[in-house]
Design a binder for this molecule. Structure first.
Ligand code: GUN
Length: 301
């Protein structure tokens, strides 16, 4: 394998986490203790793994974690009450509600209930709107991690043509906004695009976030493209279960100038940026509290 082309997400995430640990030490020296509340409703197996990893990484980074595991039957009212309590708790810096939620709970109601300053996922409409206006707000973790990998692989992204495949609220849309903020020309292709492949062939940068195993092979890619594969798909490979991305890695590798592997690419960056957002939220709350204690209470509750 041509390892020079591999974008090492694990190593990049370690660099982010090293900085996070230093920032946490600094905050603690100032009397600020960052804390992350993670809420999981139900027993979705993948969500359980993600939540466990988030809690572990938080502890490693010196961030206090509060874990709320609620039954799948939890009412929307109970969830909203818990979020309101965490919003009002000055010791909690960040709140994350793991998605997907059970069908009887409205996802938008839950996400909008989180105080924007504690919204370490960047899913509240104030943060979504702020990002689209190019303001410095808390931004979604997976696309923020992808952007960091791209900047490390390509340097200045200004003027490059980026194609984002997929238009989810978690990855595709915020990814497009971040790339636009980084001065790329951005095309978003999705299930209704008339010729997604032809558009993708024009891209200097491809971010694949569709959730379809190995959908994008070399024939989709311009020679020398940089490819970020957000997909994590479990497939049966001759009776053995394994993870593959949305990109057919073996086919794409000879065609690209750089590509993320799955696993070991984007995945570790998502958690690293969650920790980074938690530190940012803690710092901003402390500054707001110092400059105007009453206004700070109003803005987070
Ligand atoms: N489920 C899948 N990805 C995410 C994420 O980035 N944040 C939350 N809260 N839930 C998810």
């Amino acid at each position: 394998m041509n390892s020079a082309k591999l974008i090492d997400g694990k190593a990049a995430a370690q660099r982010v986490l090293t900085q996070v640990r230093a920032d946490v030490e600094q905050l603690k020296a100032e009397g600020i203790a960052p804390a992350l509340a993670v809420i999981l409703v139900g027993q979705d197996p993948a969500s359980q793994v993600y939540v466990r990893n988030k809690i572990l990484r938080a502890e490693e980074a010196g961030i206090r974690s509060l874990e709320y595991r609620l039954s799948a039957q939890t009412s929307q009212h109970t969830l909203l009450t818990l979020i309101a309590e965490l919003n009002a708790d000055a010791a909690v810096s960040g709140i994350l509600v793991q998605l997907p939620l059970p069908a009887h709970i409205e996802e938008t109601r839950a996400l909008q209930a989180i105080a924007p300053g504690k919204d370490v996922d960047g899913f509240h409409s104030d943060n979504v709107g702020g990002l689209s206006q190019g303001r410095a707000v808390l931004t979604p973790c997976t696309p923020s991690g992808c952007l960091q990998l791209l900047e490390e692989a390509c340097g200045d992204l200004s003027g490059k043509h980026a194609v984002v495949i997929g238009r989810s609220n978690i990855v595709g849309k915020p990814m497009a906004a971040l790339l636009l903020k980084a001065h790329c020309s951005v095309t978003v292709v999705h299930s209704r695009s008339t010729d997604a492949k032809a558009l993708c062939q024009l891209a200097d940068i491809v971010v694949a976030a569709v959730g379809r195993p190995r959908m994008i092979d070399a024939s989709w890619l311009k020679p020398g493209a940089v490819v970020i594969d957000v997909g994590i798909n479990r497939i049966d490979d001759n009776g053995r279960s394994r993870l593959v991305g949305d990109v057919d890695f073996d086919s794409a590798l000879p065609q690209v100038s750089a590509i993320t592997p799955v696993p070991g690419g984007v995945g570790p960056m998502t958690i690293a940026f969650l920790m980074k957002n938690t530190v940012t939220a803690a710092r901003q709350q402390a500054h707001a509290q110092r400059s105007s204690p009453e206004a700070a209470c109003r803005s987070i509750s």
